[in-house]
Design a protein around this ligand. Structure first.
Ligand code: BES
Ligand code: MN
Ligand code: ZN
Length: 470
C-alpha cells in the first residue's frame, strides 16, 4: 500500500501541478491563460495541459458550502492523485502558496485518496505504480499530514480486512505492534476466563461464541510532565470484528459490511498512535472492546439477564444490540481509572444512519460545553458530528420489568435510547461524549477522497479533541 511517497523537497519534476488561485509562481503564458479561464469558471473541473515548457496539471479548489475544515483541500488532493495517475507521471510537484492554503489537509487528501485495500488482489490491480508527489516549502505540513493520514489509513485497513483475518486476537496483536512502536503502556485482557475475572461481563456475553476469544486492549499515553490535577482523556472504541447479530441474526443482505463494526476501536487505536507522536500535556488512554458477535450453542440468548460491572442488571432483549453491551463495563472501568473526559466511538445503531444519513455522525453528551468542544474539533478536521439529544423522558423505553435496564428501546429514537443506555455506565461528573459513527465509518460505496471500502472516520476528530484538551 506504499505506492505514494510524499516529499517536501523540490527537485526535477516531470509534472507540475498548479493550484489555480493559490499559486503566484511565474507560469508560462499558455498555462497562465488557461489558469485564468479556469479561475473564472469558463472551463470546469481540471485541465490536463501540455505546454512546451513541460507538463502542467491545473486544479481548482471545490467551492461547496458543506466542505468545512480543510475538506476542499483534501478533495483537491484526490483530484491531483487522479490527474497525476491519469497522466502516467511518476513525479509531480504541487505548487501552492498564499495565506489561504492548507497544505496539511492537502497532504492528508493525497494520502487518503491514494489508499487502496489491494493486498488481496493478485492481478495488476494489486500492483499500482509508485508515484512521488512533492509539496516544496511545506515540510512541517507534509509530516503532520502524513502522520494523520497514515493513522487513518491504518484504521481503514483494519476495517477493510476480512473478518476471517481480523478477529479479536489478530486485532489485539496489531494494537500491540502500534503500542510497542510508540512506547505506549499496553495491557491486554483476553479470553472469557480473564475477562470474567477482571469484571467485563459485557465483553464475555457478546464474545463467548466468537471464533476467537474476546479481548480488552488498553493503550496508555502518559506525558513526561503532566499538568497538575488536570484532565485525563479516555477514548473507548466498539470493536466488533464481525456482527452477525448473534442469535438475533441479521438478514443476509449487506451483512458483510458488519466486518467494519470494529471501526470505533480502529479509530481509537489510530488516534492514540497520532497522539503518542504529538505528545500533548495530558494523559490519554485508549480502550478497544474487541469481540465477535456470533450465534452458537454457547451464545448469549434473547431473554438472558446478567449483571454489569457497575452492578446494574441488564436484560438482553436482542443479541444484535451488542455494541452497548461491550462498551458499558469499559466505560465504567475508564471512569474508575480516573478519566475526567470520556469519548466513546461506535458503529452503534442503524437508527443513527436513518436519522442523520451516512455522512454525519451522531454526537450525544450531557455536558453542553464538552459537546461543543467535540463538535468544533470535528469541524476543524472536516468531520461532522451532529448533536442528538439524550432526552431523559425516553429513558422509560429501556425499562424492563425483570431487570434494571433493557438492551433495546424500540423502533423510535433508536440512536438516542442506545446513548441513554451507555449513560447508565458513566458517572454524571465525568465529561462524556458518545459518537455514533455507523453511517460515515461504514460508508463502503466510495465518498469524497475515500475509495470503495471503509473510511476510518473519527480518527481525525479524536486527535483534534485531544489537542483541544491538552
Ligand atoms: N452494528 C450494528 C449497527 C449498524 C447497523 C452499523 C448498520 C452500521 C450499519 C449494531 O450492532 C446493531 O445491530 N444495532 C441494532 C440495534 C437494535 C437491535 C436495537 C440496529 O441498529 O438495528
Ligand atoms: Mn448488532
Ligand atoms: Zn454492532
Amino acid at each position: 500500500m506504499h505506492d505514494l511517497t510524499l516529499t517536501s523537497v523540490a527537485g526535477k519534476s516531470e509534472l507540475t501541478v498548479v493550484v489555480v488561485g493559490h499559486c503566484a509562481a511565474r507560469l508560462p503564458r499558455l498555462v497562465e491563460v488557461q489558469a485564468a479561464r479556469l479561475a473564472k469558471g469558463e472551463v470546469s473541473g481540471q485541465l490536463n495541459l501540455v505546454a512546451s515548457e513541460g507538463r502542467y496539471l491545473l486544479v481548482k479548489l471545490a467551492e461547496k458550502p458543506w466542505l468545512i475544515g480543510g475538506e476542499a483541500w483534501r478533495l483537491l488532493g484526490r483530484d491531483i492523485i487522479e490527474g497525476v495517475r491519469a497522466a502516467k507521471a511518476a513525479v509531480a510537484t504541487v505548487l501552492v502558496e498564499g495565506k489561504a492554503a492548507e497544505p496539511q489537509a492537502l497532504a492528508e487528501g493525497l494520502l487518503l485518496a491514494d489508499y487502496r485495500f489491494n493486498t488481496m488482489r493478485s492481478g495488476k490491480e494489486g500492483k499500482r505504480a509508485q508515484i512521488t508527489v512533492r509539496l516544496p516549502g511545506h515540510a512541517a505540513a507534509v509530516e503532520a499530514g502524513r502522520t494523520m493520514a497514515s493513522a487513518q489509513n491504518l484504521a481503514r485497513e483494519l476495517a477493510d480486512l476480512p473478518p476471517n483475518l481480523l478477529n479479536p486476537t489478530t486485532f489485539a496483536a496489531r494494537a500491540k505492534k502500534v503500542a510497542m512502536g510508540l512506547g505506549l503502556r499496553l495491557k491486554i485482557t483476553s479470553g472469557v476466563r480473564a475477562l470474567t475475572k477482571a469484571g467485563f461481563p459485557g465483553l464475555v456475553q457478546v464474545g463467548k461464541a466468537g471464533s476467537a476469544e474476546p479481548a480488552l486492549v488498553e493503550l496508555h499515553y502518559e506525558p513526561k510532565r503532566a499538568k497538575k490535577g488536570a484532565t485525563r482523556l479516555a477514548l473507548v472504541g466498539k470493536g466488533i470484528t464481525f456482527d452477525s447479530g448473534g442469535i438475533s441474526i441479521k438478514p443476509g443482505d449487506k451483512m458483510w459490511e458488519m466486518k467494519g463494526d470494529m471501526s470505533g476501536a480502529a479509530a481509537v487505536l489510530a488516534a492514540i498512535s497520532v497522539i503518542a507522536r504529538q505528545k500533548p500535556g495530558i494523559p490519554v488512554s485508549a480502550y478497544l472492546c474487541l469481540a465477535e458477535n456470533m450465534p452458537d450453542r454457547n451464545a448469549m440468548r434473547p431473554g438472558d439477564i446478567y449483571q454489569a460491572r457497575n452492578g446494574k442488571f441488564i436484560h438482553v432483549d436482542n443479541t444484535d444490540a451488542e455494541g452497548r453491551l461491550v462498551l458499558s463495563d469499559v466505560l465504567t472501568y475508564a471512569c474508575e481509572q480516573g478519566a475526567t473526559h470520556l469519548v466513546d466511538v461506535a458503529t452503534l445503531t442503524g437508527a443513527c444512519v436513518v436519522a442523520l444519513g451516512d455522512k454525519i455522525a451522531g454526537l450525544m453528551s450531557r455536558h453542553e460545553a464538552f459537546a461543543q468542544l467535540v463538535r468544533a474539533a470535528g469541524q476543524e478536521v472536516g468531520e461532522e458530528l451532529w448533536p442528538l439529544p439524550l432526552y431523559g423522558e425516553y429513558r422509560g423505553q429501556i425499562d424492563h420489568p425483570h431487570a434494571d435496564i433493557n438492551n433495546t428501546g424500540g423502533r423510535y429514537g433508536g440512536a438516542l435510547t442506545a446513548g441513554l443506555f451507555l449513560g447508565e455506565f458513566v458517572p454524571e461528573n465525568v465529561k462524556w461524549a458518545h459518537l455514533d459513527i455507523a453511517g460515515p465509518a461504514i460508508h463502503t460505496g466510495g465518498w469524497r477522497y475515500y475509495a470503495k471500502g471503509m473510511t476510518g472516520f473519527a480518527t481525525r476528530s479524536l486527535v483534534a479533541i485531544a489537542r483541544k484538551l491538552g
